[in-house]
Ligand binder design. Structure first.
Ligand SMILES: Cc1cc2nc3c(=O)[nH]c(=O)nc-3n(C[C@H](O)[C@H](O)[C@H](O)COP(=O)(O)OP(=O)(O)OC[C@H]3O[C@@H](n4cnc5c(N)ncnc54)[C@H](O)[C@@H]3O)c2cc1C
Length: 403
């Protein structure tokens, strides 16, 4: 596809991540020509596992991705919850069939690189989408008739275009947010995610290999789930870490958990031994910005609202954003009106999910004796109460939510 230069039906997006590629696919379905500008030279296999909630899956299936996702994802039968030091789960919160019958789509887990590949393959098949890698420089000027953009491509050639809209899907450190919309930089949350992929055999007997598990601890927690297509278990351990330690010249290579705790929990103790220095250090940043848009420029995904990952919904929110924004761009007379309508549809929901995520962090990390109340409540819940409690989140159809 030659780069579409001008006009009502052309949209430029910065960032070929989850938000950017989903947006491109949704826009193409509405008849737009889309160019995705990516800073990286090629798709990176970065990241680890992602839980893909039914609210996101519903939208991806509608984009025709069901079969491709099924091939590379896994549908855990339950989310098993372990209080600190216990060998047996306090509760197995039903997912699997329970999610399928409640929402008509599964609750799945997937490697980010596999989800990204599914989106990119679909984008490459679309005659209306072009992904340009190794973007060197991007300049944008607003004027009375909209926006003009100059883009320096990988081969140093220049692209000068006047698209209908420009969308920053450029992630947590979005320069669209900071440079074009005057928004804030991302803020360090004080949490670090230590991520790793471990061969199933290494964790056999330590954690269940066929389901999602969350292990609570005093001031830390871990989540494990299988990625059978990679024959690996995804492990995330979340700890608190002061900024001065997180951002010292040489970043730490392993989490620091008091030995006293490690001796009292086989899972945490053994995980630390098995992982050694093989953790990926992932400081968690969040974004809260007053404005998601200005004129024909707007934001989606982490660029607009990166949140704590304790409800496993950041990518899902990015996917919902993308579908809603594509709808609005297709139906509103101007990009400015489309961005305003999109923000009005999305802000409240994103804030609610953000709050639930933050609250989960507190609950997962509770110190003794507050743990008793939390454990009592969870232990006395029916297995399907977990999803019933989250119907507002997982049963939501962002595509049908037009005002
Ligand atoms: C520990 C952890 C666990 C998580 N678990 C889950 C989970 O289970 N489920 C879930 O739904 N979410 C989860 N998330 C959140 C999820 O990973 C993010 O919300 C999601 O990846 C955001 O997608 P995005 O497309 O907005 O950003 P990204 O995926 O970061 O993509 C941004 C893209 O923009 C590109 N880019 C950056 N700057 C520029 C530029 N200037 N020009 C051009 N391109 C640029 C980048 O190279 C990248 O390709 C988790 C996050 C963390 C930290």
């Amino acid at each position: 596809m030659p780069h579409p230069a001008d006009g009502q039906r052309s949209i430029y997006i910065a960032g070929a991540g989850i938000a950017g590629l989903t947006l491109a696919l949704a826009l193409a379905r509405h008849g737009f020509s889309v160019v995705v500008l990516e800073r990286q030279a090629h798709p990176s296999p970065f990241g680890a596992g992602l839980q893909l909630g039914p609210n996101a899956r519903l939208l991806l299936d509608r984009l025709g991705l069901d079969a491709a996702l099924k091939k590379v994802s896994f549908e855990p039968p339950s989310l098993d919850v372990y209080p600190f030091g216990r060998q047996k789960p306090l509760r197995a919160l039903a997912l699997g069939q329970n999610a399928l019958s409640r929402y008509g789509v599964p609750y799945a887990v997937i490697h980010r690189a596999d989800l990204h590949r599914v989106l990119l393959t679909a984008a490459r098949r679309s005659a209306s989408i072009e992904v340009l890698w190794s973007i060197r420089q991007l300049d944008l000027v607003r004027h009375a008739r909209g926006i003009s953009m100059g883009v320096e491509l990988a081969d140093h050639s220049a692209l000068n275009v006047r698209p209908h809209a420009f969308v920053g899907a450029d992630g947590v450190n979005s320069t669209t947010r900071t440079d074009l919309l005057g928004g804030p930089s991302a803020k360090y949350s004080g949490y670090v995610a230590w991520r790793g992929l471990v061969a199933e055999a290494q964790l056999a007997g330590l954690v269940p290999l066929d389901r999602t598990c969350v292990f609570w601890g005093p001031g830390f927690h871990a989540v494990t789930y299988p990625l059978p297509h990679q024959a690996q278990i995804n492990v995330v351990l979340v700890t608190r870490l002061k900024a001065k330690r997180a951002f010292q010249a040489t970043p730490p290579t392993r989490p620091k958990i008091d030995r006293w705790y490690l001796r009292r929990s086989r899972v945490f103790g053994d995980l630390m031994k098995i992982m050694g220095d093989k953790w990926t250090f992932w400081p968690i940043f969040t974004v809260r910005t007053a404005s998601w848009h200005d004129g024909a420029v707007g934001l989606v995904g982490d660029a607009a609202h990166a949140m704590l990952p304790f409800q496993a919904q950041g990518a899902a929110m990015a996917i919902e954003d993308a579908v809603v924004l594509a709808d609005e761009l297709a139906t509103r007379p101007s990009a400015e009106e489309a961005f305003a309508a999109y923000a009005a549809r999305r802000r409240k929901r994103v804030e609610r999910v953000r709050e639930v995520s933050a609250r989960n962090g507190g609950l997962f990390h509770l110190p003794w004796p507050l743990t008793h109340i939390r454990n009592y409540v969870v232990a006395h819940r029916a297995p399907d109460a977990h999803l019933a409690h989250l119907d507002w989140l997982y049963g939501f159809d962002a595509g049908a939510d037009a005002s």
